[in-house]
Design a protein around this ligand. Structure first.
Ligand SMILES: [Zn+2]
Length: 53
């Protein structure tokens, strides 16, 4: 995600309670999944996948 887009989303979230609720729910889910993912120590294998895309 580009910094400009990220800034726009954050700016929108400041004004929009609905999106903020959705975003917080998504962040919580991601934290949980990445916590599990890190524990499996497979993270370096993500890099080649991203570069190929
Ligand atoms: Zn919104």
């Amino acid at each position: 995600m580009s910094p400009a887009v990220e800034a726009e989303i954050k700016n929108h979230l400041l004004k929009c309670d609905d999106c903020r609720v959705v975003q917080e729910a998504a962040t919580t889910t991601l934290d949980r999944e990445f916590g599990t993912y890190k524990a499996s120590e497979n993270r370096p294998s993500l890099r080649p996948v991203i570069q190929a895309a």
